[in-house]
Design a binder for this molecule. Sequence first.
Ligand code: ADP
Ligand code: ZN
Ligand code: ZN
Length: 734
Amino acid sequence: MSNQYVQVAVPVPMRQLFTYQVPVAMQTPAIRIGERVAVSFGSRQVIAVVISHSDQSDIDSKKIKPISKRLNDSFHLHTVLVDFLRLCANYYHHPIGDVFQQALPKLLRQVKKIDVQPPMVWHSQAKEGDEQASKLTSKAPKQQALFALIAKHQGISWPELRTLGYNKTQLNALVAKNLVVEKAQKSKDFTWHEQAFNEDNQQRLSTEQAVIVAAINQANDRFACHLIDGITGSGKTEVYLQAMERVLKNSQQVLVIVPEIGLTPQTLLRFEQRFNVPICLHHSNLNDSERLDTWLNAQQSSAAIIIGTRSAIFSPLHHLGMIIVDEEHDSSLKQQDSFRYHGRDLAILRAKQLGIPVLLGSATPSFESLQNAMSGKYQYHQLRKRAGNSNKAKISLIDVAQQQMEYGLSGTLKQQIKQTLARGEQVLIFLNRRGYAPAINCQECHWIADCQRCDKPYTFHQKQQLLICHHCGSQKRVPKQCPSCGSVRIAPVGQGTEQLEQRIGEIFPQVSLVRIDRDSTRKKGELSKLLQEISDKKHQLLIGTQMLAKGHHFPDVTLVAVLDGDGALFSFDFRASEQMAQLLVQVAGRAGRASKPGQVLVQTNYPDHPLLQEIVNNGYQHFAKQALLERQQALLPPFSFQALIRAEANFPSYPEKFLRALTEQTLHQCEFAGPVPAAMEKKAGKFRYHLIIQAKSRKHLHIAITQLLSQIPDNEWQSKVRWSLDIDPIDLNW
Ligand code: ADP
Ligand code: ZN
Ligand code: ZN
């Protein structure tokens, strides 16, 4: 048995494995790959994961420390998952210990033994026809819906119910009526293929949809990447659901990755309604023990479907048969700090490793995926019609240069809002700027209140009477007097959602309005409550940031207004136009989903701008083809591959010198761009610089990065800066 030494991944920011000895007393039972062990590292005890073991070591055996403990519990990582995580670390050139760290729930990263109780789940005690149960109908529709859900699932957890928008009061009411009871979950075996699928609420597929499902089914047992490019409401989710069926009937598991789970309770509900199988949710609103439960459910195969945000890609699913990435273009699928991975790209990597299909869906596919689809690397499927009988919303531009404006609303727009409200339909007003005003200034000398740590204006939040920096979070009271000239004429400039809400309330005093942004939905459960109120038609006017542009179904919204369509027209970031087009089309997708026709009005100062014209007249696909041609000519991604090295320090010269020293190396088939100051050159008191490394092939980029990283220990500036590496960066602003 090669049991004497282990190579382990230790949670430290170093790109290497560490070797430890296994004391004789700990050598039986044989040590396994993927096992967690406690080791001392420096002065700390940490949890490490065994990556390999051997009987020999090149290192002097006296220098090798012994492991402190084996955590002989049932939570070891299977070899396939260990291999996947190693692939991830390689691809992103990220410290392997940190990759493992991020893949494990927090409770499994602690040295102390965890006491695992089986997760508690809810069951119904009464049949739906019972007297108590039937009384629910008229008086408490929410309670009734909750009861029906529990009765159907027989074993649904509280975090899941909470995510679906139910609260403890409703649940307790059912407990008081003796209708439901909480029990420990029994570990399930693989039985869900025998369970009934709810074919009663399954739609008859359109020909377009049926062709896609057939194509997916045809290659169900090997790797294939399918891009489903379909406008909002064209029936992509229905395609996922029917494609999953075959996988589930095969007793395999399905992983569904979504950008943000709290934003899509309706979609979750559709999965719940369709499949009578255990579903687990994985997202950032779970506490540590809920997170561990989800992990265990995946690992012990008691979850058939896992729906989660990007980090769900690391779920220990041993019978994974399909991965679905919804809204694959969404930038929140990419983690923007420490381990900068893209959930979609890792989904493809994992599917390839396992030899299973992966489905990417979007109304506005990323240029990367479109290019792969056009070149034939992915199977490309299009859904061009809305399902059912609803029509696509029409986008039109309003030239605000020609109009009298009131609080950011043009006359034309006000008129349209009034007419829509008069028909009893809902209006969505989109403004991608939260807070009351993006700045305050002195009306005499034009002094602007800037955050000293970022050199950017503070955002004014009226309700809290605070200036808040949206870049570093620092807060400050509004000064009574101008610090520069002493004047008391200090006033907000520009408009954010908080102000818009107030002003629109003045213009349309009769209607009920609701604001949805990060500030108004901070409280747990608040977002799903507000969304429910919207679908119950308690509000006629909806004001929101990009939070409202994602994935919701608002069948009664027939007018979507974009107050400021100019945001990204003149950005230096070559991705800005792609992102703006996606946002416009996504917001437009919110309108007119039911049988009522919808329209989208975009206010702009540049109605002739080619980008806006392209989107309005020819649609996203056409726009994307044009823009891809431009990228090809400029040799930008996806026609080249990039890595970005960011460096920051208290003095501007350090990061610049650090990066400049890197550029002194000669790279094969690669080019440097930079170093240059970041778009936000200063943030939270630190000066920031960029260096881009670009190559025509991924292989060359990979080799170049390996070379650069190996040189960094000799870089004389390296101890003076904080630096990080981003492979396939999508945000060049920082
Ligand atoms: P997407 O995911 O592309 O936004 P959905 O799958 O949510 O689209 O479909 C939009 C609406 O159309 C949903 O209400 C869905 O139930 C309905 N729908 C989807 N496919 C069909 C179909 N084949 N026949 C009738 N209705 C459908
Ligand atoms: Zn002043
Ligand atoms: Zn700041």
